[in-house]
Design a protein around this ligand. Structure first.
Ligand SMILES: [Zn+2]
Length: 290
């Protein structure tokens, strides 16, 4: 029977059930930032190209924000996790190959992305009357975790530079896209929670009794290095398959030149074979440090 050692790295994610601020399509939220500083963590997201029945990468049409269409490979989500690396090293170099197997794979392997910074902070969300920004009566609030990327952080920094956000609530939405949590943020003329002493008490008690000690695991899961390696391996194997080194289900050997749908590069089988000799997909180099 499998067993688990009682070491720090085997701790599981703790707050996956914690309420997150997430707007449905068309929904709005009135919130206030109850903490001055968000938590920041580096996160790896692993995706692998999807392979079609002909053994080639599946492509799909996508649209830019301006509405121009372009072709991009279809990717399958493999996993995401917090970077294992030293924070300052990743901040300085973009990766910490010594401390994190996924950073190391990002440097050494094709198709593994470097970690990106993500943020989380506690916010108070007001219960509102329908169709407006007026708090419900009786006054009620919920403590939630707001997670976001660097673009949103910059937006919040700009607002916090121009306004004292302890004196002004933030109006979010209406949400235009649930998946990408796309919505505008406007500064409210006041802070509803400061309207009277009883509201202040409700907000303080809600924060004190419900706050999560560590919001890191809401940014991404904290997994074991063994699990991270298993995800890395899945991506590496898929890329190898794409590059003609693995066994694509319906990829019959052919003398015809092949066009790489990803890069437009034309290769023959001979090229693919020599490519496979150039790059080893052996992960033992990364594994030995574990
Ligand atoms: Zn990393």
């Amino acid at each position: 029977m499998p067993k688990v050692t009682l070491s720090q790295e085997n701790k599981v994610s703790q707050y996956t059930e914690y309420p997150k601020l997430s707007l449905e399509h068309g929904e709005r939220a009135l919130i206030m930032l109850i903490e001055p500083e968000p938590t920041v963590e580096y996160k790896h997201v692993l995706r692998a190209p999807e392979i079609g029945p002909d053994g080639r990468v599946l492509m799909e049409e996508r649209k830019t924000q301006k509405g121009d269409s372009y072709e991009a490979p279809v990717t399958e989500f493999i996993g995401q996790h917090l970077c294992f690396g030293d924070f300052e090293t990743v901040e300085r170099d973009g990766v910490d190959p010594e401390g994190c197997p996924t950073c190391r794979a990002a440097v050494e392997e094709e198709g593994i992305d470097k970690p990106t910074a993500h943020y989380a902070m506690h916010v108070i969300q007001y219960s509102l009357k329908p169709n407006g920004w007026v708090p419900r009566d009786p006054f009620a609030v919920e403590l939630k975790a707001w997670t976001f990327s660097g673009t949103r952080l910059n937006q919040i920094i700009d607002l916090a530079t121009d306004w004292d956000l302890s004196e002004h609530d933030l109006k979010l939405g209406p949400c235009e896209n649930k998946k990408f949590q796309k919505y505008d943020i406007n500064v409210s003329s006041n802070a509803q929670w400061k309207a009277d002493e009883s509201r202040i008490e409700v907000v303080k008690a809600t924060y004190k009794n419900n706050r999560a000690e560590d919001l890191s695991t809401l940014i991404a899961r904290r997994i074991t290095k063994t699990d991270a390696l298993s995800d890395i391996q899945k991506v590496v194997e898929r890329i190898a398959q794409v590059n003609g080194r693995g066994t694509a289900p319906a990829a019959e050997p052919t003398a015809e030149p092949q066009v790489d749908t990803n890069t437009g590069e034309v290769t023959s089988d001979a090229d693919a074979a020599s490519k496979s000799n150039l790059k080893s997909m052996d992960l033992s180099d990364i594994m030995k440090d574990l």
